[in-house]
Design a protein around this ligand. Structure first.
Ligand SMILES: [Zn+2]
Length: 108
């Protein structure tokens, strides 16, 4: 098993173990914030794997192989406002944004 698949395994495990627990404890963290965090994590996975600089902007196609299982290979939309909220990936060194929630805490 190489380093990358080990890292991915840890990532998947973290998802299975930590996130359901987190949601129970801090129900105030919205599902949109969770999606934004996930997008940022998978950007950070993608960039070194493809030798991308920190100012690179990945596409959804680039990130698809890193999607967590619950996204079932579909581009996530904001769970709070699914009709209007889509995600802007942004540069690797910038946080992704939701078109409705901004950074998830109301900052745009
Ligand atoms: Zn949102």
């Amino acid at each position: 098993m190489n380093t990358i698949s080990l890292r991915r395994l840890c990532f998947v495990l973290a998802f299975i173990v930590l996130i359901p627990g987190c949601e129970k404890r801090t129900s105030k963290i919205s599902k949109c914030v969770m999606n934004l965090h996930t997008i940022q994590i998978i950007k950070a996975e993608w960039a070194p794997e493809f030798n991308q600089p920190s100012n690179a902007i990945p596409t959804w196609e680039d990130l698809k192989p890193y999607f967590p299982p619950e996204w079932s290979n579909t581009i996530p939309v904001c769970p709070i406002s699914p009709k209007n909220g889509t995600y802007i990936i942004n540069r690797v060194d910038e946080d992704p944004k939701c078109t409705v929630c901004g950074d998830g805490y109301g900052n745009f």
